[in-house]
Design a protein around this ligand. Structure first.
Ligand SMILES: O=C(O)COP(=O)(O)O
Ligand SMILES: [Mg+2]
Length: 234
């Protein structure tokens, strides 16, 4: 019998791996200030983040009563990217316990990957600045493929790039896109409650919730993989 492939843990980025909120708010407010719009707040972010910078800017402008037309968006996206990339890593930090959890998973032979709707270049730049790139076998963003979360193919393509196997993968995320992409791809999901969901994460129907990364262990991943395999076999 061939041994089971190494388990793979795929992480969302904004609100899951990294607390990016201060820098997202600052760059977003810098961007919409060009239109004379009032700043948005941290609480607004839960409704704005999830589909990348372009959608975040569109949503923020709509929130401030200024819907955009297609031709006004590109320069604003450029303004956001220049400001955000120019300030990286800014105030952004890994959530507590993340590094220790990733070290433990790696020492257990696990593979790790990032599947984010953030632009791939921004995700890579940020992880690089924080010295985290080396942890991941694959990093894919909202513009890496022609599809993105919650489309199952964003996750399955990430798994493929990371050299993982769908039947040995767990997805960790903070918002509806992450839980939905996991369901769509047929992998178990773990939700974290400290990110940018506009609803309590238990209502998203994840297979498990962790409130701190010290709960993310090889035992937990194996248990979820086993339970999920039993569930789909029924
Ligand atoms: O930047 C976004 O809008 C979403 O990013 P995430 O997929 O890493 O949460
Ligand atoms: Mg997220």
């Amino acid at each position: 019998m061939t041994p089971a492939p190494a388990p793979l843990v795929v992480f969302d980025l904004d609100g899951t791996l990294l607390d990016t909120h201060t820098d997202l708010v600052e760059s977003l407010n810098h961007t919409i200030a060009a239109l004379g719009l009032e700043p948005v707040t941290y609480d607004d972010l839960t409704h704005l983040v999830g589909q990348g910078a372009r959608v975040m800017i569109e949503r923020a402008c709509r929130l401030r009563g200024h819907p955009l037309s297609a031709d006004t968006l590109p320069p604003l996206v450029e303004r956001f990217v220049a400001h955000y990339a120019g300030n990286m890593p800014g105030h952004t930090q890994p959530y507590p316990g993340l590094i220790a959890a990733m070290d433990l998973l790696k020492s257990g032979g696990y593979r790790l990957a990032v599947c984010t709707n953030k632009m791939e270049s921004l995700a890579r730049g940020l992880l690089e600045k924080l010295g985290l790139t080396g942890y991941f076998d694959a990093i894919t963003g909202g513009d890496t493929f022609e599809y993105r979360k919650p489309d199952a193919r964003h996750l399955t393509s990430t798994i493929e790039r990371a050299g993982g196997d769908v039947s040995r993968t767990v997805m960790v995320g903070d918002s509806i896109n992450d839980i939905a992409v996991a369901k769509n791809a047929g992998v178990p999901s773990i939700a974290v409650p400290f990110g940018y969901s506009d609803v309590p994460v238990n209502t998203l129907g994840p297979d498990h919730i962790i409130t701190h990364f010290d709960e993310l262990t090889t035992e937990l991943v194996e248990r979820l993989l086993g339970e999920y395999a039993e569930k789909v076999a029924v």
